[in-house]
Ligand binder design. Structure first.
Ligand code: SF4
Ligand code: SF4
Length: 344
């Protein structure tokens, strides 16, 4: 197992995600605009329940069993990731046909894309439900990708636990893609290397939080060190235990944690409220493990306390009125970095 002196982490409060994809676009603009990266989305936001991206990733194996032995995993196909679509921009915008031409996909019709089943969710009206699940690489404490690489091309930074692909060492074998149970590694066919979320380390190294967290209008992404007892991340994960890793059963010990979603009450056949949450607890347990029920109860209890006008540290943390505090020590304005330290 790889150990780091400290571990950076992210907490995302799923009760606040709008599904707006600002995070996805902020990341795309910064990191995946080069040739060969068109299909890459280091940050994705999928509707749950849903197939996600790559399609069916939750059933592709990888990770470790309870004794720490690596489990076989599948390599997602290009179609499961969803290839970059080409639109008839030229014709629609400059072809002079006006409304007779609309923005259509050029070439073969796609059968899947990163947000194909957006907002579909599950359940039957009036008890239908869905929520958004933003995902990045989990920068795991026990990274399956790192262990699977015969070239030792994947490193876990000692100072902060960020997991990075050394592209000079990578030969594109893609064992990392098979091994990662979250399927958060992409393959660059043009360069023959694997690529993934880098937790914005060039920003982090200068005290600036990740682009996805800084740009998020829902203000739901906390960034900081897991071992900082005064930080929000430590409080949410270790003290209040309301932030949980996704699919902990894969044994990689993810360092991205989620505050699970509350949901409205379910109606019975006569239209009366039943007191049961509309998102089935069993479904949330399948994502976040058995402690999700206790986490939801803690949130509800603290919410009631806050509604009674009593002080609730947990609610104050989650509401995050002072948004810059979401980022702990990484609160530097990115504009000041450009002014002070221009890129070489
Ligand atoms: Fe590696 Fe996947 Fe964990 Fe990221 S989420 S560190 S790619 S195993
Ligand atoms: Fe959700 Fe924030 Fe991403 Fe919008 S920017 S989809 S609110 S995580």
């Amino acid at each position: 197992m790889t150990t780091s002196k400290r571990q950076l982490a992210m907490v995302m409060d799923l009760n606040k995600c709008l599904g707006c994809h600002t995070c996805t676009v902020a990341c795309k603009q910064l990191w995946t605009r080069d040739d060969g990266m068109q299909h890459m989305w280091f940050n994705t936001v999928n509707t749950m329940p849903g197939e996600g991206t790559p399609r069916g990733w939750e059933h592709m194996g990888g990770g470790f069993d309870a004794s720490g032995e690596a489990l076989p995993g599948k390599l997602p196909s290009k179609q499961q990731f969803g290839e970059a679509w080409k639109f008839n921009h030229e014709e629609a915008y400059y072809g002079g046909k006006g409304q007779a031409s609309h923005l259509a996909i050029k070439g073969k019709s796609p059968t899947w894309g990163p947000n194909w089943d957006e907002d579909q969710g599950a359940g039957t009206f009036p008890n239908s439900y869905y929520f958004y699940l933003p995902r990045i690489c989990n920068h795991c404490t026990h990274p399956a990708c790192l262990e699977a690489c015969p070239r030792k091309a994947i490193e876990k930074r000692e100072d902060n636990g960020i997991v990075l692909v050394n592209e000079n060492r990578c030969r594109g074998y893609r064992y990392c893609q098979e091994a990662c149970p979250y399927k958060k590694i992409y393959y660059n066919e043009m360069r023959g290397v694997s690529q993934k979320c880098i937790f914005c380390f060039p920003r982090i190294d200068k005290g600036v939080t990740t682009a996805c967290s800084r740009q998020c209008p829902g203000r739901l992404r906390f960034v900081g060190y897991l071992d900082d007892p005064a930080g929000a991340i430590h409080k949410l994960v270790h003290e209040y235990k309301v932030a949980l890793p996704l699919h902990p059963e894969h044994g990689t010990q993810p360092n991205v944690f989620y505050v699970p979603p509350l949901s409205p009450e379910e109606y019975d056949a006569d239209g009366n409220l039943t007191g049961k949450m509309r998102i089935p607890l069993e479904y949330l347990e399948s994502l976040f493990g058995k402690s999700v029920g206790a986490a939801l109860e803690t949130i509800k209890k603290e919410r009631e306390r806050s509604r009674r006008g009593e002080k609730s540290e947990l609610m104050d943390l989650l509401i995050a009125r002072d948004w810059i505090k979401l980022f702990g020590p990484f609160d530097r304005d990115p504009r000041t970095v450009e002014q002070v330290d221009p890129p070489a």
